[in-house]
Design a protein around this ligand. Structure first.
Ligand SMILES: *Cc1c(COP(=O)(O)O)cnc(C)c1O
Length: 355
């Protein structure tokens, strides 16, 4: 490989973000599980997270958990498992999120056959309409799971701001804590874990409003990109320049801003729309939608306008730039979560880990 396109991952900055998050959460009695799916679970970065004091590494894919086995913290499967992967769950996940009794039952049978106990966390849907037992259905479901041999139900958790965009608040997380108390009372058990969501719950930690009783959060973006994800507030003392995409210019030309000819569908089946801004100076960089969606790139040079792209090309308007770019120049971009995820997962994007 030529070295481009590449993502430079700044380990020290990620470590700083993680240490701050862990220390702040700890002051509220909250353990942090670091979520690794956003960077394809590269062990080079996972190591920084473990060194920062997270209690677990969590990922949505078994393939990623396989890469993390040598770390001496819990490996957690975040996506409720496919029935076809339950043997692997037992092999590679110390803890797994579940929302189906039947899945818990089969996990229990398989764990028993292997002479182990599978730890599970029961998910509750408190309104976002993604995974989980619906509201108070968690209480009888939890009771039923307590009767399944071969599993240990360590607690309950919820997920917000994912499908429904529901904002975590004192009130809705309070509902989760309420279910935990009801379960403890009704079944005479103690829940080790009440997991109050993902990075979107961090705003409640930052402003001191996280309800008592939440003792676990599963955090990806807030650590990786240093961003609070509900209001997009960039926190002081957090680094945002953690993952930087660098790509090479392969063409620079003056061209009109509206194509010539009848407009049909583009390479992705959409009919594009253009604004006529006259003849503009355009650059093409050698990275495309197969790797990173154009709208996930944030150019370092603020005068660059991202026009769009196809599978392998991203097209930029560089007319307003002070710098006189040439073919072969390297452009740098910060990444949104989607950009980081796409780029870190693409085999065509080289990864460089910087101390
Ligand atoms: C991805 C994921 C997270 C982490 O989300 P961030 O917004 O990156 O913090 C937490 N929990 C579950 C279930 C997830 O799928």
């Amino acid at each position: 490989m030529s070295g481009y396109p590449r993502i430079e991952a700044y380990k020290g900055r990620i470590r700083d973000n993680c240490t701050r998050t862990v220390e702040l959460c700890r002051s509220y009695g909250i353990d942090v599980m670091a979520v690794t799916k956003g960077f394809c679970a590269y062990p080079e970065i996972a190591k920084c997270l473990v060194e920062s004091g997270v209690v677990a590494l969590a990922d949505s894919r078994i393939a990623n958990l396989k890469k993390l086995q040598h770390f001496d913290v819990d490996k957690v499967l975040l996506r409720i498992p496919m029935p076809s992967e339950l043997d692997e769950v037992i092999e590679y996940a110390d803890l797994v999120l579940v929302s189906e009794i039947e899945t818990a039952r089969v996990l229990g049978q398989k764990a028993k056959q292997r002479g182990t106990i599978q730890r599970v966390m029961a998910m509750v849907d408190i309104g976002d309409l993604r995974e989980g037992f619906w509201l108070e259905e968690i209480v009888p479901a939890f009771g039923e799971m307590l009767g399944i041999k071969g599993i240990e139900v360590t607690g309950i958790g919820t997920n917000l701001s994912c499908y429904g965009g529901v904002i975590p608040r004192r009130e809705n997380l309070g509902v989760l804590v309420g279910y935990a108390k009801e379960i403890e009372k009704r079944y005479g058990v103690h829940l080790d874990m009440v997991s109050g969501g993902n990075s979107s719950s961090m705003h409640l930690v930052f402003d001191g409003g996280i309800p008592e009783g939440i003792n676990n959060l599963r955090i990806g973006e807030a650590i990786l990109l240093g961003r609070e994800t509900v209001f997009g507030i960039e926190r002081e003392n957090y680094h945002n320049d953690t993952f930087v995409l660098k790509a090479e210019i392969v063409e620079i030309k003056e061209k009109p801003s509206v194509p010539i000819g009848e407009i049909g569908r583009d390479a992705f089946g959409n009919v594009p729309v253009f604004t006529d801004r006259g003849v503009r100076k355009r650059a093409i960089i050698a990275v495309g939608k197969q790797d990173i969606q154009p709208d996930t790139l944030v150019p370092y040079d603020k005068d660059i306008i991202i026009l769009g792209g196809s599978s392998d090309h991203t097209i930029l308007d560089i007319s307003d730039c002070d710098k006189d770019y040439s073919v072969g120049d390297i452009l740098a971009f910060d990444l949104t979560y989607g950009g980081m995820l796409g780029g870190m997962t693409s085999p065509y994007v080289e990864k460089v880990f910087v101390e």
